[in-house]
Design a binder for this molecule. Structure first.
Ligand SMILES: Nc1ncnc2c1ncn2[C@@H]1O[C@H](COP(=O)(O)OP(=O)(O)OP(=O)(O)O)[C@@H](O)[C@H]1O
Ligand SMILES: [Mg+2]
Length: 500
């Protein structure tokens, strides 16, 4: 049975047509994938269904009810639930309070906290999830927060559940938990629209796939009728060879030496990084990889151990200081650390180099700023209506490209990429891979933190594995495979459990 029927839905932002005459259907109990490059119009489409934005023209029919645009409340009442790319949780409330936010159970006119917690616990059990309903959301990691978002969406009966890149911040183990949830919902008859840049998910989880290319829906097919290669070419409009760029230089001199680094989260971490190499960091979420990056950037205090940068003592005090010494970070959390939402796309790119673009009197040269912007925007194919638009109007993946451009413009000697391709489409992913390798070949030293196994294995010259704050292995290219890394990643956890 068809639950959702979309007919000629369009959305214009000013003169810019973000979505043009999209039509497709979603059936009960089916998982319908929505694929397309960054900026193709995926989020725009689903936001019209959930009532977050108003369509410019067209209509959709949900469960027999026709609409040319709903308010969020109406969409809710018709059983439409959406999980967006950006989190919508209230950090200082508990898991239970977030799940039932706006629909709290009451007794005699007051919120019944006891029942709310019990309901949340029952829901967790039903979905096979282990999260404390009484924990405050801000104390949870990104992955667990994502699970809470999902629980919130499914806590009241959903007819149509829309998920915009739900697994972008999950690692292999958590993704399995999430897949189980999707299958349970599917079995219960919920229709699901699923947006993902991870193509393996489309093939393992979805029944049908619709492809958006530059705002137009170019195909809708049963997943079993399409190959990975066809799907990619439908999305990017050309054939794309999926391979990782080979290194063309041998590693050079040692650039960074970290010895016995200690703080609350890191224990006795030691490694060396050379010019011209990409050192991958594997591990589960919470293993300390981001903390290590933050420590090197001077954003987390270091209690013990030493860091040598080109043989000289390096004691980072702030990320500004790290940048002046030539260490740059492309952070995992682009929304809070990467871009300034209230500034233009162009200014976000030039933000770190305003000094370089100004004359002795401190006056900014607009021409030089444009020149820099054009160089990186072209190299990374940043898609924006104009460079003067606010960065907040860019699609998720294009915001990530802006962060990459900003750090590249600083011309650092050591560049740390923390989950650099999260939320980025296949085409742009390969551009970023090409760029990372090019930087390494130019003699830069690169650290790649990634939870995407194929990417970690494909891009790294060596792979360091972290577990519970320890660096437990340093593997050469030939020694690493997915099973080995996953096993090493849980060594310290297994030991800790054994001790209890
Ligand atoms: N408020 C807005 N004002 C102007 N343009 C916008 C606005 N919101 C989105 N756009 C533009 O509409 C286009 C489609 O954006 P959308 O967010 O739907 O892309 P997407 O397919 O979800 O991409 P991603 O995979 O990167 O999340 C983009 O070019 C984007 O810059
Ligand atoms: Mg999007």
């Amino acid at each position: 049975m068809v639950i959702l029927q979309v007919e000629n839905l369009s959305k214009k932002y000013g003169n810019f047509l973000a979505l043009e005459n999209a039509s497709f259907e979603v059936k009960e109990g089916s998982v319908h994938a929505l694929c397309g490059e960054n900026g193709a119009g995926k989020s725009t489409l689903i936001k019209m269904l959930s009532g977050a934005i108003v369509p410019t023209s067209g209509r959709f029919v949900i469960d027999g009810v026709e609409s040319t645009g709903m308010t969020p409340r109406e969409a809710m009442n018709h059983g439409i639930r959406a999980i967006y790319q950006e989190f919508s949780l209230v950090p200082f409330l508990t898991v239970a309070e977030n799940i039932f936010y706006g629909r709290e159970p009451t007794r005699a006119g007051f919120c019944d906290f006891g029942k709310m917690k019990d309901d949340a616990r029952a829901l967790c059990r039903e979905m096979g999830v282990e999260i404390d309903p009484g924990a405050r959301v801000e104390t949870l990691g990104v992955a667990q927060q994502q699970i809470v978002e999902i629980l919130k969406a499914v806590s009241s009966k959903a007819r149509l559940l829309i998920m915009d890149e739900p697994t972008a911040s999950l690692t292999v183990g958590e993704t399995q938990v999430f897949y189980d949830i999707v299958r349970r919902l599917q079995a219960a008859g919920t229709a699901i629209i699923y947006i993902s840049h991870r193509l393996e998910e489309v093939f393992s989880l979805c029944d049908e796939v619709s492809v958006l290319c530059d705002g137009r829906m170019t195909a809708t097919r049963p997943v079993e009728d399409v190959t990975r290669r066809e799907l990619i070419s439908l999305m990017v409009g050309r054939d794309l060879v999926e391979s990782y760029p080979e290194s063309s230089t041998a590693p050079g001199a040692e650039v960074l030496r970290v010895s016995n680094l200690e703080n609350d989260r890191l224990h006795d971490v030691s490694f060396a990084l050379h010019a011209g190499e990409i050192l991958g960091f594997g591990g589960l979420i919470g293993a300390g990889r981001t903390e290590l990056a933050m420590a090197l950037m001077g954003e987390l205090k270091i209690d013990g151990g030493t860091v040598l940068l080109r043989g000289a003592d390096y004691r980072p005090r702030s990320s500004r200081y790290a940048l002046t010494r030539g260490i740059g970070l492309i952070p995992e959390d682009r929304k809070h650390q990467g871009v300034v939402m209230s500034l233009s796309v162009k200014r976000n790119v030039s933000l770190g180099i305003l000094d370089k673009l100004s004359n002795a009197a401190g006056i900014l040269s607009r021409a030089r700023e444009d020149e820099y912007y054009d160089k990186y925007a072209t190299e990374l194919a940043i898609k924006t209506a104009t460079p003067n638009n606010l960065v907040s109007t860019l699609s998720g993946g294009n915001q990530q490209k802006v962060v990459v451009a900003k750090v590249l413009a600083r011309d650092c000697e050591v560049i740390i990429f923390d989950e650099p391709t999260r939320g980025i489409d296949v085409g742009a992913k390969h551009e970023i891979y090409g760029l990372m390798r090019e930087l390494a070949d130019q003699g830069k030293a690169i650290i790649l933190i990634s939870s995407d196994m194929p990417e970690l294995l494909g891009m790294s010259d060596r792979i360091a594995v972290m577990s519970a704050g320890y660096l437990v292995a340093d593997l050469g290219r030939g020694e690493a495979d997915q099973a080995t890394i996953l096993e090493l990643a849980s060594t310290k956890l297994a030991m800790e459990e054994g001790m209890q």
